[in-house]
Write a protein that binds this ligand. Structure first.
Ligand code: SF4
Length: 138
């Protein structure tokens, strides 16, 4: 069993978020970054997920561990802080593709460009990737 207590923190966040929705937004999920981010348990990453996937609004790019790692491997950013990674990525991609970009990078990070053992020999973007390793070299 992994980290005991993690579910408690998640439960606390969800309850805090639900209370915030009830108290500040009459139980509805708001549709703007400015209204979402101050709610308990919501950071910019989660707000981007909600806005992009629930409301089809491309206000930003969701940067999780996969998005950050692959963006650095592709030399799209050198930042490690998620907000700075997002700031570097935003001007590089057309706004209507921001939500899709996160999904694609996350899928790529799970299926091919896995942490510590990227499968560069099978990677369809190896030709564009400055971090590509030759088969047999790692
Ligand atoms: S070539 Fe390798 S390091 Fe670059 S994106 Fe593909 S799997 Fe990741």
């Amino acid at each position: 069993m992994r980290s005991t207590g993690f579910f408690r923190a998640k439960t606390r966040s969800l309850i805090g978020f639900a209370m915030g929705l009830l108290e500040r937004h009459a139980g509805s999920v708001p549709r703007s970054m400015a209204e979402l981010v101050p709610l308990p348990g919501i950071g910019r990453k989660t707000a981007n997920v909600i806005l992009g996937n629930a409301f089809g609004k491309n206000e930003g790019i969701t940067v999780d561990t996969h998005v950050g790692r692959i963006s650095r491997l592709l030399r799209l950013t050198r930042a490690t802080d998620a907000v700075k990674v997002e700031r570097d990525l935003l001007p590089l991609f057309p706004r209507p593709k921001w939500t899709l970009l996160s999904h694609l990078l996350i899928s790529h990070g799970r299926a091919v460009c896995v942490a510590r053992r990227p499968r560069c020999a099978e990677c369809p973007i190896a030709g564009e990737c400055p971090s590509a390793r030759q088969a047999g070299h790692g």
